[in-house]
Design a protein around this ligand. Structure first.
Ligand code: C2E
Ligand code: MG
Ligand code: MG
Ligand code: MG
Length: 276
């Protein structure tokens, strides 16, 4: 069939493919509009220490859509990354998080909270990434050590030289780094040692079956031991049950995040949690 219709025409008129292209262009236009109309929102998911005290939160982006309601990051981050819109979006996330930290400074209850912000590869690779973080820190006037940037292993390894320079510059002014989804990538010990990483964040996939799957048990034990040897602390993501929390704590995990302590929620709900 393709041959009959000729080389250059068939694919273009494939109705399914055309539908995909239309859907994508629609989503692309939606994303641009969402940014212009300020329709991104941040949800806050508690991070807790060994005595279950909330010491901060990870900020997780969502997009408000007039018809579809709240759109999850899995449905727009990859496309935003592809078309470069992730840079202004990521900038907005950082600014919003730092402004929130500034607001919290006024009250003794919230003064020392930390916020963890996800950074995307394209955003991090921009030549002015360090400058833009420095500018936001200066403009908001927060203590840089209250900001934690979450990077993934693949981001870090993609251009290790550029990564080292940027991480060291930011570490030099007090910003901290967490390795997100740790254990799913290929970082070697020698790479990890080159980088000023404060924290390893154990990926949810290892936490899920930690009690039943001996492989996951060993992986988690190894990650925690490695972190300790490198002088880093460890947080586990996706902690859903008390049994998982207890097991992780027994093996030396310092901090926890997951539905057991709270789902990601709007700022008002998060502040209500702090007051309970
Ligand atoms: P992530 O950074 O690994 O974030 C953790 C994800 O796990 C979040 O999904 C969170 O809602 C979910 N989660 C937390 N605890 C539990 C749990 O106990 N059980 C289960 N099943 N899930 C849990 P979310 O909010 O849908 O975000 C997905 C991903 O989107 C994030 O993964 C991150 O990679 C990306 N993302 C979110 N916000 C941003 C952002 O502001 N910028 C960038 N570049 N990426 C973002
Ligand atoms: Mg994260
Ligand atoms: Mg993660
Ligand atoms: Mg994850």
């Amino acid at each position: 069939q393709a041959k009959k219709a000729g080389k250059n025409t068939v694919r273009f008129f494939d109705p399914q493919m055309q539908a995909n292209i239309n859907a994508r262009m629609q989503l692309e236009a939606d994303l641009h509009r969402a940014l212009a109309e300020n329709r991104f929102v941040l949800h806050y998911q508690a991070q807790v220490g060994k005595s279950r005290e909330i010491f901060g939160a990870e900020v997780l982006i969502r997009c408000r859509h007039p018809e579809s309601g709240l759109i999850a990051p899995k449905d727009f981050i990859a496309l935003a990354e592809e078309i470069g819109l992730i840079t202004p979006i990521g900038q907005w996330v950082l600014e919003t998080a730092c402004r929130q930290l500034k607001k919290w400074e006024a009250s003794s209850k919230t003064r020392h909270l930390h916020l963890a912000v996800n950074v995307s590869p394209r955003q991090f690779r921009k030549a002015d990434f360090v400058d833009s973080v420095v500018r936001i820190l200066r403009e908001t006037g927060i203590d840089p050590s209250q900001l934690k940037l979450e990077l993934t292993e693949s981001l870090v390894l993609d251009d290790i030289e550029d990564t080292v320079v940027k991480m060291q510059a930011l570490r030099g002014i007090g910003v901290r780094f967490s390795m997100d989804d740790f254990g799913t990538g290929n970082s070697s010990l020698s790479n990890l040692r080159k980088l000023p990483i404060a924290q390893l964040k154990i990926d949810r996939s290892f936490v899920r079956d930690i009690l039943d799957d001996p492989d996951d048990t060993v992986i988690v034990q190894t990650i925690i031991a490695m972190a300790k040897n490198l002088g880093m602390d460890v947080i586990a993501e996706g902690v859903e049950t008390e049994a998982q929390r207890a097991f992780l704590e027994m093996h030396g995990c310092d901090a926890f995040q997951g539905y057991l302590f709270g789902k990601p929620v709007p700022i008002a709900d998060f502040e209500a949690m702090l007051n309970r």
